[in-house]
Ligand binder design. Structure first.
Ligand SMILES: *Cc1c(COP(=O)(O)O)cnc(C)c1O
Length: 230
């Protein structure tokens, strides 16, 4: 079941790329395994998936401990500053950096460990009250501040689009994100490299790929519905 789902999602990504003349190798599928057991992750590993996304620090660290394979773990959920230290050297990318204060905390913990932390700036593109993320207008300011941090490297931008019934409704937001992503290349510096655009979930990843996503984060479409009651 999980492996069939993965095949289906990969085929959809290839189709979306073909439609707009993109190379499917430009798009990384992140399997979002939050709330799902290690056994489900193992099935995805057996299929060939290496990139997994989790949104809670505690769940992420216990899964890393439980799985012997060396994987690429992505932190995709809101990160509290006091928890940075628990994940700083075990994730390949933090997608959800939504303030300069959080970036500075990441700098501090990365410096202590002698590493460079890769991050994305989360943008609240639809200006939703309920969502985290930097306002589009503030992204240049945030990047300018981060330029001074020596242990943080900004790899690109991330967004969580609104929940919609029809994915087409999010096309305008994905297209706005892509424009911002390209515009922000003017801010490139030693530690600012606009290479990754993380957007698109189960309901809308094909549209996100058509509009330029380089990483899509798919949970339900791979592992099935999540049960938050257990
Ligand atoms: C849960 C989650 C996803 C995956 O959502 P699905 O709709 O199940 O694909 C993607 N990104 C973030 C930030 C999430 O928290």
């Amino acid at each position: 079941m999980i492996q069939n789902n993965l095949k289906h999602v990969e085929e959809n990504i290839i189709k979306a790329c073909k439609k707009v003349g993109r190379d499917p190798n430009e798009v990384t599928l992140i399997a979002v395994s939050k709330t799902k057991p290690v056994d489900a992750i193992q099935q995805a590993i057996d299929y060939g998936i290496q990139d997994f996304g989790e949104n809670k620090v505690q769940e992420l660290t216990s899964k890393i401990e439980a799985i012997p394979e060396k994987l690429n773990w992505h932190l995709i959920g809101h990160l509290q500053r006091n928890k940075v230290k628990y994940i700083i050297d075990s994730v390949c990318l933090i997608h959800s950096v939504d303030s300069i204060r959080l970036a500075m905390q990441i700098e501090e913990e990365a410096r202590k460990k002698g590493i460079i932390a890769n991050i994305l700036i989360e943008v609240n593109i639809a200006k939703e009250e309920s969502k985290f993320g930097v306002a589009k207008e503030d992204v240049p300011k945030v990047l300018k501040e981060i330029k001074n941090l020596k242990h943080v490297c900004v790899k690109g931008l991330m967004t969580i689009a609104p929940y919609v019934e029809n994915a087409e409704e999010n096309r305008k937001y994905f297209s706005e994100m892509y424009k911002l992503f390209i515009d922000m290349r003017s801010e490139n510096a030693d530690n600012i490299r606009m290479e990754i655009l993380s957007m698109g979930m189960t309901g809308d990843y094909q549209v996100a790929v058509e509009e330029g996503a380089t990483m899509v984060r798919v949970g339900t479409g791979i592992f099935g519905e999540r049960d938050y009651t257990i």
